[in-house]
Design a protein around this ligand. Structure first.
Ligand code: M6R
Length: 605
């Protein structure tokens, strides 16, 4: 949650900070603020509630040429959405912004008698006050003393009034990347704000103090020893993080799926077979596993459910899917014979990270399926299978979801081969089909015009139901989440056969029911469930494979995916469901990319 940025160098800082905050805005958009340290006038602080654009307008009045500053875009946790609670926070000679949660801020407020000097309701301001208390002219010492007191997660960018041209930073759990380039040094919550200046960067190591200046970045551990961070190079450019002519990131990202699939699948096919050795995943770990636990949140968890369905059906290996926020407080039944698969786009979701740590404690090996290179989850896993979706900016996840499914499919194929459940011929056929889904998705996107009309129909509905069986049921769950989060329409997903055990009471005249029936072996069963809702007045939208045309007695509208082996229909169906949610939100005139109350990465509990 929240995006932070710091820049110092030879360019006007204000513009760099605001343009960086625009890139980071998907992380939180309740309020935004910047502070620059002007050598002539001292700190200039501007904060605004609402989106970064509001801050940009307000900052236009400032004519400072200061070249050092920090900025923040907030997803509110402690304290309401007000200007006072917006970051940066200032106490004495300290100005800072923060991403994360300081769990013991109340105790620290009491212990150090800070109550009367705090202006905001935030946990962050307590850190500023503590730093100011500890500061005697040596930033390193003050930071060390302060972080020794903090419990929780934090990424902090700090300026001291008497340290012109310098930004100090430290983090625990909450992410930060940094880079130095010709124009100075930059640090931010993620690469989208850095890549414009440098393709070479490093992930800020935890509990290390960074000192950024025009001349570069010095990294010290808490003993004061200088450390050389591991440099990484990003393989996408700023265009990937821009809208590229699309009205919204979400639509762009939906359209990018065929390419993202290709980037994720192609390097893992060798001689037509699934191949994971280049990812460092050796066959021994696959041979020895007896069961699998997939842990994730939200959309990533729904991808895990598709993986479970495939692995259990095709390989007969038992898989459980766990919601990370539940798993982390359980006493889970796992051991060294369990392989834990953690799925996360950002690689920084706190519940998923803590669940990973618990799984490791229990002796399980952890393989993570992650999109963001070098993220905490990736670094703490025993094995990483990177998805190559590129940056996903829209809060509603689309391309990250389908590549997560693709990664699980590749994993399943390799597992089947290694365990001798799939013959080489079967595995080859499987990979050929998987490699072909990009083209099928492309065809589906091209034929998506009808979906706008359907969206227009459902945009005024108070409730929408999704039903399906098997993999189509797991797709229903994701479709329903997508619709809720960006269109604010109440929606539920039901296993088609389960509706009549209670929820069918909610079906009345004109209630939209989106029925997914792409799997041959349960097609007839779903159609009979569709008839049940249709005869109670539902407005039925049926998604099926081409060639399965149903009469008006069964459904009001029908959308087709191209004919495809049922196991691989999930990719094209996902596109249709994403587009239904997208066009519904757009038809309602909502902010598709930044839905209310949400943020892209959930780094707080
Ligand atoms: O970054 P992660 O994949 O760990 O995020 C998990 C969920 O927060 C995420 O999938 C969320 O449900 C989606 N953005 C919703 O579209």
């Amino acid at each position: 949650m929240c995006g932070i940025i710091g820049y110092t160098g030879n360019e006007p800082a204000k513009d760099i900070l605001i343009s960086g905050l625009k890139q980071l805005e998907y992380r939180g958009y309740d309020s935004a603020g910047v502070a620059v340290l002007d050598p002539k006038t001292g700190i200039i602080l501007k904060k605004k509630t609402g989106k970064v654009e509001e801050l940009a307008k307000a900052a236009e009045e400032e004519t400072t040429d200061a070249t050092c500053g920090i900025g923040h875009t907030r997803w509110a946790t402690h304290g309401g959405v007000t200007e006072t609670n917006a970051h940066p926070h200032r106490q004495g000679s300290v100005t800072l912004c923060h991403n994360g949660i300081i769990e013991n801020y109340k105790e620290l407020t009491t212990e150090f008698g800070l109550k009367n000097q705090l202006k905001s309701e935030t946990d962050t301001e307590v850190v500023a006050a503590l730093l100011d208390k500890m500061y005697e002219g040596n930033p390193f010492k003050a930071i060390k003393k302060t972080v020794d007191l903090l419990a929780g997660s934090f990424a902090l960018c700090i300026m001291f009034d008497d340290q012109p041209g310098k930004i100090f930073a430290i983090r625990n759990v909450s992410p930060m990347v940094a880079a130095s380039f010709e124009g100075g040094s930059i640090i931010a919550s993620d690469l989208t704000a850095v890549i414009n200046y440098s393709k070479k960067y490093f992930v800020v190591p935890e509990y290390h103090v960074l000192e950024l200046s025009q001349d570069g970045i010095v990294v010290r551990d808490l003993k004061g020893r200088t450390v050389e961070p591991e440099m990484l190079e990003v393989n996408w450019d700023i265009k990937s993080a821009q809208k590229g002519g699309y009205p919204h990131y979400m639509l762009k990202e939906i359209n990018e799926q065929p390419e993202a699939l290709e980037r994720t699948v192609a390097p893992r096919v060798q001689d037509g077979l699934p191949f994971l050795a280049d990812d460092g995943i050796d066959d021994d770990i696959l041979k020895s596993l007896q069961n699998i636990v997939i842990i994730a949140c939200g959309t990533a968890m729904h991808a895990g459910m598709v993986g479970k369905s495939l692995i259990e059906t095709k390989l007969r290996v038992p898989v459980t899917v766990e919601i990370a926020s539940e798993f982390r407080y359980k006493d889970p039944i796992i051991d060294e014979k369990t392989l834990t698969i953690v799925v996360s786009q950002s690689g920084e979701t706190i519940d998923t990270l803590e669940a990973l740590r618990l799984a490791k404690q229990k002796g399980s090996k952890v393989l993570s399926i992650v999109n963001v290179k070098g993220s905490t989850i990736a670094r703490e896993s025993d094995y990483v299978l990177y998805t190559h979706a590129g940056p996903e900016i829209a809060v509603a996840s689309t391309k990250a979801y389908t590549v997560q499914i693709a990664a699980l499919y590749i994993f399943a194929a390799r597992l089947g081969l290694v365990k001798g459940v799939l013959s080489e011929e079967d595995a080859r056929e499987f990979m050929t089909k998987l490699s072909g889904v990009g083209a099928i998705m492309e065809k589906t996107i091209e034929a998506s015009n009808d979906i706008r009309r359907i969206a227009n129909h459902i945009k005024t509905a108070p409730d929408v139901f999704y039903i399906g069986r098997g993999i189509d049921y797991t797709l229903s769950l994701e479709a329903s989440l997508k619709l809720k989060e960006i269109s604010y329409i109440h929606s539920e997903a039901y296993a088609a056969g389960e509706l009549k055990h209670g929820t069918i009471a909610l079906i009345s005249e004109n209630v939209p029911v989106i029925a997914i029936a792409t799997e041959e072996h349960v097609y007839a069963k779903v159609i009979s469930n569709v008839r049940e809702v249709k005869s109670r007045g539902a407005y039925v939208i049926l998604i099926s494979q081409e060639g399965k045309t149903e009469s008006k007695e069964v459904c009001d509208k029908q959308i087709y995916i191209p004919q495809v082996d049922s196991t691989f229909g999930v990719f094209a169906t996902a596109v249709i469901l994403q587009l239904i949610a997208y066009y519904t939100s757009d038809a309602k005139g909502l902010d598709v990319d930044k839905p209310r109350n949400l943020a892209k990465s959930v780094t707080v509990e």
